[in-house]
Design a protein around this ligand. Sequence first.
Ligand SMILES: Nc1nc2c(c(=O)[nH]1)N[C@H]1C(S)=C(S)[C@@H](COP(=O)(O)O)O[C@H]1N2
Ligand SMILES: [Mo]
Length: 345
Amino acid sequence: MSDERIVASGDAEAVKRESARRTRRSFLLGGVAAAAGYGVARWIVNSPDDHRLQSALRKTLNFDAVVNRAVFAERGLAPTYSVSQAKPLRLNGVVGLEDVLPVEGWRLQIAGVANAKSSPFYASDVTAWEYKYAAAVQPNEADHDLKKAPGKSSELNPTGAVDSDAGAALAAHIEALMKARSKKRHEGNAEAGVSKNALDIGTPGLLLSMDELMKLPHVELVTEFKCIEGWSNVTQWGGVRLRDLIDAYPPEKVNGREPRYVYMEAPNGDYYCGYDMAAARHQQSLLVTEMGGEPLKQEHGAPLRLHMPIKYGYKQIKRIGLIAYTDQKPDDYWTKLGYDWYAGL
Ligand SMILES: Nc1nc2c(c(=O)[nH]1)N[C@H]1C(S)=C(S)[C@@H](COP(=O)(O)O)O[C@H]1N2
Ligand SMILES: [Mo]
């Protein structure tokens, strides 16, 4: 692991300039909305559905994304805070995290890499990697109660890395979450559907262990995590820049240029997210291995999750199993359920 510890905070002036710009943008968009008034409301109400939002609303979201990229080109920095301001992050969303996944049983699949064959980490079929889980907890769909899968608890701890206490702790966390949400409709993969970007069996690429990932420069970041549900939390993160991973394992060129997007998926394919290359290469986009100065917990996405402070929480995928470079705008779990693809802040 590298000793180099870099603080990814932007300088205070850059942050100030950025907030001034954002304020101007709010004015502009607010003004447009106010001026448009009744006509816009009719247009929205009468427009057909597009991914569960009326297409007019969808167009507005897409327009906002265009403005966002044109004005900021994803270069704006999210504000940073001191470590003393950081608080523990709540647990919010456990799609794809039903089992405990020790780091030894994990690999990062990378697809679309240039000259993959000449890499020592080359795999002729990255999908053949079998994630080795240590424990299983299964939500009972009927009452949102959680029970350990029978027969599984005695098989806990095959590696010694995760003991049954960790499994029980995760079960308790998930149970608390389900209780808190029991009045809401449960939306899982069954609803979002399988991602169109799921890799075909036989896709070549790289399989990286955590040891390899840890050779990239370590970065610390204290930023605000914002969930679209209306809460936020100043959180301390540690890990490596996604940008550094992309530079270390660069994508195969498409028509002589870099592909436009990065796609990520949790190991079982239940949760997935897409990012444009600018957001992926943003200096604050972090592949997280530590939270609050401690190793990342299972329920927060261990062994590896994404923090991307320029985007809402639903883009910050937990437990990354796959990173794929692609030139087609990738599928996104919450976009399929109606949220904006760009999710920019
Ligand atoms: N694998 C996975 N990643 C996920 C989710 C999820 O359900 N599964 N939920 C997302 C949403 S909506 C939010 S707000 C954040 C919550 O992260 P936290 O539980 O660490 O607070 O994770 C995001 N990443
Ligand atoms: Mo969220």
